[in-house]
Design a protein around this ligand. Structure first.
Ligand code: NDP
Length: 246
């Protein structure tokens, strides 16, 4: 499929897991893709090589999402390299968890910097490059809809901010033909949450479909929203969670 031919995308945290699959899928559909990473340089460069070997266009950029200036620069670099920006995917994320009383001010600040401050800055910067048909897609979490265990207040709070931001972006940018959506994955088999990890059986117990998601499940939804089918979807959140929040 090449419904994204001529489009330019930037995926934050595109070196591994869900972000890597999103970058691969957007490139498969014809988009030129900039992807950021924090420390997995080899994996980011390997994915860029793979996309180029398949005839696509891609670029890897080191950018710590805790630093809004780095994210801004990544967007500028991608837009300069490929001639504009049509699709922003805010995917980079961490998973702070543990007893409430053990959350440090540093962990609180860093989590909010990665999941909230940089996402706002990225959307603001991207909007300067986007024209009619632009898409801002942020990866949230099903834990904002259902939180079945203690120890995840900080994570859930930081991901919940995307809902309000996305509603605001829909209002701010809708008149320019730009949409904003949150995609909320359920438990998805990645380094962050392996299907064979210690929490996996507990989490699977909440999923009517009885299985972990694959990064492809999330990437397919993102690609749909980024393409022509997503033109009238904005200001809301879409669960890709196997029914976890049902
Ligand atoms: P992974 O841990 O597998 O990958 C995380 C990605 O984010 C990597 O590319 C990593 O870069 C990047 N990243 C982490 N910290 C930073 C940072 N400070 N700056 C830039 N990039 C950073 O996680 P997933 O693929 O599972 O998660 C992707 C998104 O999906 C996250 O936002 C997560 O919260 C969300 N999510 C995941 C679920 C799951 O079950 N897996 C469920 C619900 C939501 P590097 O490789 O360089 O470290």
């Amino acid at each position: 499929m090449s419904d994204l031919s001529g489009k330019v995308a930037l995926v934050t945290g595109g070196s591994r897991g869900i972000g890597a699959e999103i970058a691969r899928t957007l490139a498969d559909r014809g988009a030129a893709v900039g992807l950021t990473y924090h420390s997995a340089a080899d994996q980011a460069k390997g994915l860029v090589k793979e996309i180029r070997a398949n005839g696509g266009r891609a670029l890897d950029i080191q950018a710590d999402n805790a630093d809004p200036g780095a994210v801004r620069a990544a967007i500028e670099t991608t837009a300069a390299e490929f001639g504009g920006l049509d699709i922003l995917v805010n995917n980079a994320g961490v998973f702070p968890s543990g007893p409430l009383e053990e959350v440090t001010p540093e962990e609180l600040d860093r989590t909010l910097a990665i999941h909230v401050r940089s996402v706002f800055t990225a959307a603001q910067t991207a909007s300067r490059h986007m024209t009619d048909g632009g898409r801002i897609i942020s990866i949230g979490s099903c834990l904002t809809e259902r939180l079945p265990a203690p120890g995840m207040s900080l994570y859930a709070m930081s991901k919940s901010a995307l809902t309000g931001l996305t509603r605001g972006l829909a209002r701010d940018l809708g008149p320019r033909g730009i949409t904003a959506v949150v995609v909320d994955p359920g438990p998805t088999d990645t380094d962050m949450n392996p299907a064979g990890g210690p929490a996996a059986d507990f989490l699977r117990g909440f999923i009517p479909l009885g299985r972990y998601g694959h990064a492809r499940d999330v990437a397919g939804m993102v690609a749909y929203l980024a393409g022509p089918g997503g033109r009238h979807v904005t200001g809301n959140s879409i669960l890709v969670d196997g029914g976890f929040a049902a």
